[in-house]
Write a protein that binds this ligand. Structure first.
Ligand code: SF4
Length: 339
């Protein structure tokens, strides 16, 4: 039977929705994504969550509630690990439990446990168990799995060609081979840029569900573009570049996104890559608190300083304050480019 699966436009939707959609659509299901984050969405999430939850988790609850009544089931995966010996934030591991407890009106949740910390066998088992909700034919599930992988690979290539996840999702069904060749940006390094181009390049660090969510991230990417900057995010860098930079850390960070943020931060703070580095962080985020500290230390150690600023957002953050700080930051970047 054809069902409508609801996807909250929050948390790791920004990385995995193309794969999830390909999987469910291949099994004949319809995918429905919640609308963009708004104040009403955040307010409804705040009402049902504990105060200690971080802003992205509160927003996730708001998105789940907004899907109530418009879909048959809501997809809330239990994301434990997406690679060997590394983990996703514990709040994402407990997400289905939180949603079941806090969102009483939600009837059915699809909550596969994604845990690849040891190997991918458990993950494959979960995929088949999820597929069996809609078909008894293992071949169909196998095809759906393959399509999900293909969709994800195309998506990652678009990100590394310089697109944001939002733009990549718009284009993912249209794969232009020339797009990658023509863009030619960021694939190996941003350091090979044309020195005559004086528009500043700003490396923006932050969890995807903050920087790509225009409401939570205060539209910072668009604002920087309007201020004449060219924005590079962690996702536009080659994974090997990020991992090599992250290896500078004395101890391997075992939070996947935290390690990637640290690696991208180290890379951006090295002279000759970007003209300024901006970190967007969520209040009450455990991993962000120490990543910010490590990057501050790195910035202080560096001899040729790359301007670095951290903006912490929560539900009370005002746009005017963020804009003032961004303008001041861009002034410092412009002055440092004259040196
Ligand atoms: S990593 Fe930070 S922002 Fe993301 S869910 Fe965990 S606590 Fe929240």
């Amino acid at each position: 039977m054809k069902e409508t699966i609801g996807f909250p436009r929050a948390l790791l939707y920004y990385y995995y929705y193309p794969a999830w959609r390909a999987f469910f659509e291949s099994l004949g299901q319809t995918c429905e994504v919640s609308g963009k984050t708004t104040k009403a969405v955040i307010d409804s999430g705040i009402k049902v969550t504990v105060d200690e939850a971080c802003l992205p988790v509160k927003a996730f609850h708001g998105h789940v509630l907004s899907l109530s009544g418009v879909c048959d089931r809501v997809f809330v995966p239990r994301l434990v690990s997406v690679e060997r010996k590394a983990y996703i934030c514990p709040k994402l591991m407990g997400l289905p439990d939180m949603v079941r407890h806090n969102c009483k009106g939600i009837r059915q949740i699809i909550d596969p446990c994604i845990d690849m910390s040891r190997n991918s066998r458990a993950y494959v088992r979960e995929l088949y168990a999820t597929g069996r909700l809609f078909t008894r034919n293992p071949l169909k599930i196998s095809v759906a799995r393959r399509k999900a992988k293909q969709a994800y690979d195309v998506f990652v290539r678009l990100l590394q060609a310089g697109l944001t996840p939002i733009d990549a999702m718009d284009r993912e069904n249209r794969c232009y081979p020339n797009h990658f060749q023509d863009s030619g940006i960021f694939n190996d390094s941003v350091s090979g840029r044309d020195k005559d181009v004086r528009s500043p390049i700003i490396g923006v660090l932050g969890h995807p569900y903050i920087i790509y969510d225009s409401f939570l991230g205060m539209n910072v990417l668009d604002r920087l573009n309007l201020m004449g900057a060219r924005v590079v995010t962690m996702d536009m860098l080659q994974r090997t570049v990020v991992e090599q930079a992250a290896a500078k850390s004395q101890k391997r960070v075992f939070w996947t996104i935290g390690r990637q943020l640290l690696g991208a931060g180290y890379y951006f703070l090295a002279p000759g890559t970007v003209d300024g580095c901006l970190q967007m962080s969520a209040f009450a985020c455990g991993p962000d608190s120490f990543i910010a500290e490590l990057l501050q230390q790195e910035s202080a150690r560096s001899r040729r300083k790359v301007p670095f600023m951290t903006i912490v957002v929560d539900e009370h953050t005002g746009e005017a304050g963020v804009l003032t700080r961004l303008e001041a930051f861009m002034d410092i970047v412009a002055r440092s480019m004259l040196r």
